[in-house]
Write a protein that binds this ligand. Structure first.
Ligand code: NAD
Length: 251
């Protein structure tokens, strides 16, 4: 239980990669603040943690709103006394169209939810961690934080932005005891893919062949990396971008 005594926030913690990470944080002993816009699903994750004798609360927060991100940090500290770990993970697939056809609204929405939110969350998390003189932040980018993908310009731009933001914050805060890293999952079997219109047929014929390992990833396989980066085992790791991608970026 090497995260015992630590308190972790997971945004987008009600589903997919966030849910798997919340469960794994708890398994390693952390107090977990599961945050999402989906209250019912988030509370289910909290219940699951509590049934295994873990400590968790749900805090509803729409991370596209700066005040909600500030409130999330405040509630965390008021409940558990500190903020040691943050996994900024909430995100959407966004509009699927070529650049010329993409709506202004679609672009703004994905930039707000997938990029601005990471800045809003980090801003308040860093103020708290700086007070404590310690902390670890992991931002969920994507393989699409370092390469392009047709019909996903807003998503790709947001995820590239998350990496630049991560690197810059690491330059500013690493000497203050706060490590900040980003991860790059390839295509992971979560509701996000289904919501983006990728049914089983599309997954098998189009997505799977992009991964040299011959399959899509599972949320738990991403969570393992996030937990390691969040822990003191990664004490010399900061400002980095770690792929967890079944070989996608090696092509
Ligand atoms: P998911 O849809 O299973 O989970 C995303 C969660 O974020 C949902 O519970 C949703 O309610 C929440 N959310 C959405 N908008 C929010 C908002 N404004 N405020 C708070 N919560 C919000 O999807 P997932 O695949 O687990 O995605 C998690 C992260 O992983 C995203 O940032 C996504 O871009 C990234 N990612 C996913 C894949 C993939 O293939 N699934 C690959 C690389 C990166």
């Amino acid at each position: 239980k090497y995260l015992s005594g630590k308190t972790a926030i997971v945004t987008g913690g009600a589903s997919g990669i966030g849910e798997a990470t919340a469960l794994l944080y708890a398994e390693y002993g952390a107090n977990v603040v599961v945050s999402d816009i989906h209250e019912m699903q988030g509370n289910k994750v909290v219940k699951q943690i509590q049934q295994h004798d873990g400590k968790a609360i749900f805090v509803k927060a729409d991370v596209s709103q700066p005040e909600a991100c500030e409130q999330l940090v405040n509630t965390t500290v008021a409940t558990f006394g500190s903020l040691d770990i943050a996994f900024n993970n909430a995100g959407i697939g966004g509009e699927s169209s070529a650049v010329g056809d993409m709506s202004i609204e679609g672009w703004n929405k994905v930039i707000t939810i997938n990029l601005n939110s990471v800045f809003y969350c980090m801003k308040y998390q860093l103020l708290q961690m700086q007070k404590q003189g310690s902390g670890a932040i992991v931002n969920n980018s994507s393989i699409l934080g370092s390469v392009g993908f047709a019909n996903a310009a807003g998503y790709v731009a947001a995820k590239h932005g998350v990496i630049g933001l991560t690197q810059t914050a690491a330059l500013e805060y690493s000497a203050k005891g706060i490590r900040i890293n980003a991860i790059g999952p390839a295509f992971i079997n979560t509701p996000l893919l289904t919501e983006a219109g990728m049914d089983n047929n599309v997954k098998q014929s189009f997505l799977v062949p992009l991964h040299p390992i011959g399959r899509l990833g599972e949320s738990k396989e991403v969570a393992e990396l996030v937990v390691w980066l969040s822990s003191d085992k990664a004490s010399f790791v900061t400002g980095s971008y770690y792929a967890v991608d079944g070989g996608y970026l090696a092509r």
